[in-house]
Every structure is written in C-alpha cells, then in structure tokens.
Design a protein around this ligand. Structure first.
Ligand code: CUK
Ligand code: CUA
Length: 660
C-alpha cells in the first residue's frame, strides 16, 4: 500500500554513504574506481538499486539457496533457475526434441517422447503449464517433478537425480487439460485437471453438447519406487461438460480431498459465425460457476470396488456414481474463476475470479459440516449436490483488479497476483493465522507493482505445508519496456520480490527475461533438498531406465558386427577420441550405434554429431546412448564431439563411410 516507504532505513543509510563517498562531478561512462559508492554513482544506481544488487549477487563458486522449476510454456520444456541470483541453470527437454541434451535424438529418448504420441501420431511440441514437486507429508522432498501439458493432455515425470524426463503419459480420454499436475501430500496421486470438454470417445455434434460432451479430472497413480506413473491403476472422474480449470490438492485437515475450479457452467458452445454469442460472452452469463469439491479417498474406494466403466482402456468413475455416492459436490464461486489455492494448514481455499476484484475464501471445516448436514441449495442438471454458498464462505476480500493465483508464507500472509492491475498484493489470513501476523485478519496490507500482466506467482516452498516465504517470483506475461528491444517478439519477465520482512514493504529486486514459451507456474524448493548425481552411477548407464544399459561398452570391448543388412556398433567416448574412429557400411544397411561415455570425471560430457543424418547426442559421464537409422545416402560423413571437452577436442572425430 505505502509503496513510497520503499526506501527503508537501509536505503537511507546507503544514500547517506553515497553522498559522502562520491566526488559529485556527475561523471558517467567507464567505471575505473574500486569504491562501491563511486561505481554506484557512476552507473546511476539508486540506494534501492544497490540494496537489490547486494541481495541478489551470487559470487562465483557459491550456490543459490533456492532452486525454481518453471514451466517453459509452449516451448515444451522446463526451466531450472537459481534464487536469489535468477541465473538460468538448466533447460530440461520434456515434450520437445532438444539438441543440447540430445533429447529426442537417441533411440532411448525417442522412445520416451513416443510414449506421448496421440493415436500413433508423433507430437513434437507441448504446452507445459504446471510443475509439481513430489511431496512427503505435504513437504517438497526433491525426488521428482511432474508437469502437465495443456495442448494434448499429457503428464511427464522428471527424475531429479539427473533432471531428465523419464515418462510421458497421454490421457486417452482427452486432448485438453489445464489444472495440473498437482500431487497429493505423499505423491500417491498426480492430479491432472481437465479444461475444454469434448466427448471421451470419438465425435459428437455440438448440439449434443449437454448429453455427449464431458469434463474430467484424472488421477494418475504414482509408484515412487519405480519412479513411474501406472496408467492401469489410474482413473478419471467423469464431470459435467463445464470447462474445468486449476486444481489443488487438500493437505493436513483437507488431505484426501481435491478442489478444481470451473467456468462455462453455462455450457455455451460458441459459434459467432452461426449467430451465437462468442465464448467470452456466452461463458460469462451467470454470476456463479462451480468449485468442484472432490472426495478422492471415497473415489478410490469406489474404483477399488469396481464401480468404474472402461473407456479407451482407461478406468472412468461415472458422473452419476460420483454424484450419488458423495464423491463430488459443487460450491458456487464468483464467475470465471482462475486460481484455487489451499492454505498451508489445509483449511482455507482461496478462489480468485478474473472478473471479480475479490478473493473468496472457503473454510474446509465448514464444507465438511455442510456436507454432513446436507446444507444443499439444490442439485445441478447432472444431479451433483450444490453446497449452500453462505454456509461455507469464510471471507471475501477486495484485493484489486484481476486476481488470479495465491501463495502463502509462514507468517500468515497470502500473496495474490493481480493481472489487470499488474501488482502483487499481500493480505492477512484469519483464524489461527491471526496470532502469527498480529494484524487485522482478511485485510490487504501491502502491494507492489510489477511489469507487467502477472499470471502466476511463486513463493519459496509456498505451495506446501511448510512455506519458507523469503522470496516471491512474479511471472509476468508482458515485459514491454523492461529490456532492450529485441524485435516484436519479446521475452516474458520473471521479477524477484523480497518478501522476507513480514512487517516491512515487499521490495522488487531483479528482472529476468524468459526467452522461451510462456511460463505459467513454478515451484521453488530449498536447494539442499535436491541430491542430484554428479556422474551416472556406473559406466554404461541408461538414464531412461535408471539402470545398467544392456549395450554398455567397457574400454577394450569396442566392436562392429554385421548381421545380414544390419551393422551394430559398440563405441566408447573419452577425452579425446571415439573408439573405433572408422565405421564403414553399405548404402541401405540398418545401423545400430551405441556410444558409451567411459569418463568418471564430473562435467566430462561428450557430444556426438553425425551430419547429414540429423543426429546430435549428449553423452554424460557414464551414459550409454543409441542411434538407429538406415544408411540411405552414400558418402563420407565426419562425425565429431560437440562438447569442447579438452585441448584436443577438435581431434575427437571420426569417419562414417557409406559405400554406394
Ligand atoms: S494458468 Cu497460465 S497464468 Cu495454466 Cu495456471 Cu493461470
Ligand atoms: Cu569430447 Cu569434445
């Protein structure tokens, strides 16, 4: 609120120092001084700028305290960023081939990508929205990361021992999701919320929307030991053809429950060209949409009791069963909501509607009471009980224009993004949280402007039972004038905000351009919870199975074998040579080529580029990777290493000869 008090005591002290320490000759340009104050002055930095610089600078060889996993939007990738320095540490290939990692070029990784094919059709991009870290007892445990893919309804599993994608599951019932991934507090289930309703199976005309079109939320069973989702033990909950949106999993008191927003409960079907109202109008006619309140434990019981139907080989818990058996309830929510976020104690559900300046806070305990006492205002067209709004609302707080998403800190504050206002607002929770902050409950206490059009925000550990607070990242859709103009397509802007002082103002610290697809959401984990490998556990490792590769090759075992028209090569790579260095085949031969990096030194990665045949591999220390192709063009192809691995890196090459 009082943003002008941003220059706190620290700022004033620095300002005083600046005035004393500088010559005041207004000189700009090259900075030759070692005096920090003089440098700041020469660069035109304000005291607040200097504070921000000192708070974010990470000296060489020291590590960031937090790691943020951000979706890479329609780049189909995931970004790994250190906080507070905001340095980009890695891009993880997920749904999109990516040459630096050799992702989608080796046979092994092509097979992972192919798991996400749609009815045999290869998909080479994805729209990543929501990353979710695995949890133990509701706390991030640093083992796995899940992401959903909106364009084709897919979920991917990333193993945080090597930060590589291990599995992609394609939702067989839908081509559209949005609300997940989110995990239950012990990661038994990965939740994939739906979005645009469509028939589960095949075609139906739009005039049969109400009867044939369906929404869904999918619960993917996760096997932590195997590090894999088990589709045969997973199921979907059939929902009315409203457009489902963001979901969140209950925790603590609400563990075992799941909450999803919806919009277009009008069941508008669009079609301006036919004289119908466009979706933006048709889907916003009613004042209220429905928050979906889902009893996951009950749903699992019914699934285990065989109360499912099988559609396209996938278990579906029917809508009428869910409505009749106490799995599914609706609570009215202000129209066209976007975020639903569960407070760290699990008791408050914060829902924000794009078109309503308020956050609506529901009390889970009151929802339980309303269900027990059947305080229903009626049922919807599909027989789902509608819980009485007034019986379960705890508070409605006017936050500002276009509230979207909310995160929490340990001091009883909530932080909500304001899309239309381009701001982050800090407000107080009530109930038992009042003691923590000692202020008026359910009240706005601070606001900071961001640049511009914020979507999600992420607070350090801000989405689990035990938030850290400290830092907040505003994930801004537009950057407009924040960076040097690089042409009409501009990067997005991640802005780091210091929220470490619960009694002082929030402070904007840093702008980080994101020159990839639109990042939607991120989660921030304490860095020391991650224990990634430095090199693969043994020479001849297959990262896609996290076990010894059947074609691992030890030094001295290198060989080339021919079987009919197939030539198979077992090659090793080390500084600074491939063994063997010559591979000769006949045009038309099938070539299966395994390369093992036999290095045990950290960072001794070798690349493998095969020009003309469109291959590039990244073979990390210990890894075995395979390429397989038909040698359909003759000629001489010099293969080489794409990682500058030693002084003799340019000599790390060989010839692939294809005889006509
Ligand atoms: S969505 Cu993009 S700003 Cu996919 Cu979570 Cu709200
Ligand atoms: Cu190996 Cu360069």
């Amino acid at each position: 609120m009082k943003r002008n008090t941003l220059l706190g005591l620290t700022g004033l002290a620095l300002a005083a120092l600046l005035l004393i320490g500088c010559r005041g000759d207004g000189q700009t340009g090259a900075v030759v001084s070692d005096d920090p104050m003089e440098i700041a002055r020469a660069r035109g930095l304000s005291p607040a700028d200097v504070v921000a610089a000192v708070k974010t600078y990470q000296p060489t060889g020291t590590y960031d305290e937090y790691i943020m996993f951000a979706s890479g939007g329609h780049s189909g990738q995931v970004l790994v960023i250190g906080l507070p320095s905001m340095r980009l540490l890695k891009v993880i290939g997920v749904f999109t081939p990516e040459p630096w990692q050799g992702w989608g070029f080796s046979k092994e990784t092509q097979e992972v990508l192919a798991q996400g094919n749609y009815d045999g059709k290869e998909l080479t991009w994805g729209d990543v929205h929501h990353p979710a870290l695995s949890e133990t007892n509701g706390d991030y445990d640093g083992q796995f990361l899940f992401v959903n893919e909106k364009a084709n309804a897919r979920v991917a599993v990333i193993d945080l021992r090597d930060f590589e994608t291990k599995q992609i599951v394609k939702n067989p019932l839908s081509l559209s999701d949005h609300g997940g991934a989110f995990v239950t507090p012990n990661t038994e289930w990965v939740i994939e919320g739906g979005q645009y309703a469509a028939p589960f199976d095949g075609y139906a005309p739009l005039d049969q929307y109400k009867e044939k079109y369906r929404g869904l939320v999918t619960f993917w069973k996760f096997d932590r030991e195997r590090g894999r989702i088990l589709p045969e033990q997973s199921f979907a909950l059939e929902l009315p053809p409203y457009w489902q949106d963001i979901c969140d999993a209950g925790k603590q008191v609400s563990e075992g429950w799941v909450f999803c927003n919806s919009f277009n409960t009008e069941m508008a079907t669009g079609g301006v060209e036919k004289g119908n109202p466009p979706f933006e109008a048709g889907a916003s006619q009613r004042d209220m949409d429905y928050l979906h309140v889902i009893n996951l434990r009950k749903a699992v019981e019914l699934v285990e009791a065989g109360r499912t139907r099988t559609i396209k080989g996938f278990k579906v818990l029917p809508l009428e069963t869910a409505a009749a058996e106490g799995v599914l309830y609706f609570v009215p929510e202000p129209k066209s909501p976007h975020g639903v976020d569960v407070s760290p104690d699990g008791n408050y559900l914060v829902v924000s509607g794009k078109l309503d300046p308020h956050a609506t806070v529901y009390n889970f305990q009151k929802i339980q009471d309303a269900i027990a006492n059947e305080r229903f205002s009626g049922r919807d067209d599909y027989g789902v009980p509608i819980i009485d709004f007034d019986a379960v609302v705890e508070a409605q707080i006017e936050l500002g224009l276009g509230p979207l998403h909310t995160q929490f800190d340990p001091n009883g504050y909530a932080y909500t993004s304001l899309f239309l206002e381009s701001a982050v607002v800090r407000w107080t929770l009530g109930g038992p949280w009042t003691e923590k902050h000692g202020r008026e409950p359910w009240t706005v206490v601070d606001k900071v402007s961001i640049h511009y059009n914020i979507g999600h925000l992420a607070v350090a550990e801000g989405d689990n039972v035990n938030p850290d607070g400290r830092y907040l990242v505003a994930m801004n859709k537009w950057s407009v004038d924040r960076f040097a103009n690089v042409g009409p397509l501009l990067p997005q802007n991640f802005q780091l905000v210091d929220i470490g002082n619960p009694n002082g103002p929030m402070q904007l610290l840093y702008d980080m351009p994101i020159p990839l697809g639109e990042p939607h959401y991120a989660q921030i984990i304490k860095a020391d919870k991650l224990q990634p490998w430095e090199v693969y556990p043994e020479v001849g490792w297959d990262p896609t199975t996290q076990s010894r590769h059947p074609d691992a090759t030890q030094p001295g075992q290198e060989r080339i074998e021919r079987r009919g028209n197939t030539v198979e090569i077992w090659m090793t790579a080390t500084r600074s040579h491939f063994t063997p260095e010559h591979v000769e085949v006949r045009k038309g031969d099938r070539v299966i080529w395994h390369i093992t990096n036999i290095e045990r030194a950290r960072d001794a990665t070798h690349g493998f580029a095969l020009p003309g045949y469109n291959f590039n591999l990244s073979i990390e220390p210990g890894e075995t990777a395979t390429i397989e192709f038909v040698a359909d063009r003759d000629g001489v192809f010099a293969f080489y290493c794409t990682e500058f691995c030693s002084a003799l890196h340019l000599e790390m090459a060989g010839y692939f000869l294809v005889r006509p």
